[in-house]
Design a protein around this ligand. Structure first.
Ligand code: ATP
Length: 211
């Protein structure tokens, strides 16, 4: 039987409730078999000092441990150089032919999608599922033209097509970003309900994101 799998790419520096809740929402709304969170490779000079790729992946594992539908995809971490979404999706197609792919992004990413390498090819390899995010609107940047051309509000039709559609979800807005969390941790004043306590314990015991 054809599998329908979501791929949620990101830096996850660190993973927060905005990521996990979005992944769970897409899993349920799009009736996917699973959602894989795929941390990107970051070159040492661009990574947050003191936080390496394997620590970001460890935090993802801890944050999704209790959610059976969520998994870690290490494809980009295992590479020695940064990879583009189009390359990762191509590799997934080769590894798992027959699976339908749903690439998950926040609205901020949709607004800039046309600056991504080979964005048209991304749409040949997957559907895009877009979560709303505070501060970004479907009327900004690349979003209006992309939604006019590829938007598909009907789930049954989305699942029938192999790729090429963009579904905009009506998710609850979650006002959390990793950059705000890093800043708050440096200042020693992390806002409540932003991170899973097991992730926070990991951050504290490894002394990450400190001033
Ligand atoms: P930073 O603040 O460092 O840019 P981030 O919080 O945006 O980090 P990323 O790992 O860069 O986290 O994001 C990965 C993906 O998750 C992106 O597609 C982004 O749009 C989406 N995302 C992140 N936070 C949220 C959120 N609160 N709601 C919906 N989508 C989100």
């Amino acid at each position: 039987m054809t599998k329908h799998i979501g791929i949620f790419g990101g830096t996850f520096d660190p993973i927060h409730y905005g990521h996990v809740d979005s992944a769970l929402f897409v899993l349920q709304q799009c009736q996917l078999d699973s959602v894989r969170l795929m941390p990107c490779h970051l070159p040492a000079h661009r990574a947050t000092p003191g936080v390496n790729a394997h620590q970001r992946a460890d935090m993802v594992k801890l944050a999704i441990a209790h959610h059976s539908g969520l998994q870690l995809e290490t494809l980009e971490l295992d590479k020695a150089s940064p990879s583009y979404t189009v390359d990762s999706l191509t590799l997934l197609h080769q590894r798992e032919p027959g699976t339908r792919w749903y690439f998950i992004i926040g609205m901020d990413s949709l607004c800039y999608l046309k600056s991504w390498k080979d964005w048209q090819q991304i749409l040949q390899l997957a559907h895009l599922v877009v979560c709303q995010r505070p501060g970004y609107s479907q009327h900004e940047g690349d979003a209006p033209t992309l939604l006019a051309q590829f938007g598909q509000p009907d789930l049954a039709r989305l699942r029938q097509a192999k790729s090429g559609a963009i579904m905009l979800l009506d998710n609850k807005l979650i006002d959390i970003s990793a950059s705000a969390i890093r800043q708050q941790l440096q200042q020693g004043c992390l806002a409540a309900d932003t991170l899973d306590p097991v992730v926070l314990n990991y951050i504290k015991s490894h002394r990450l994101y400190q001033a």
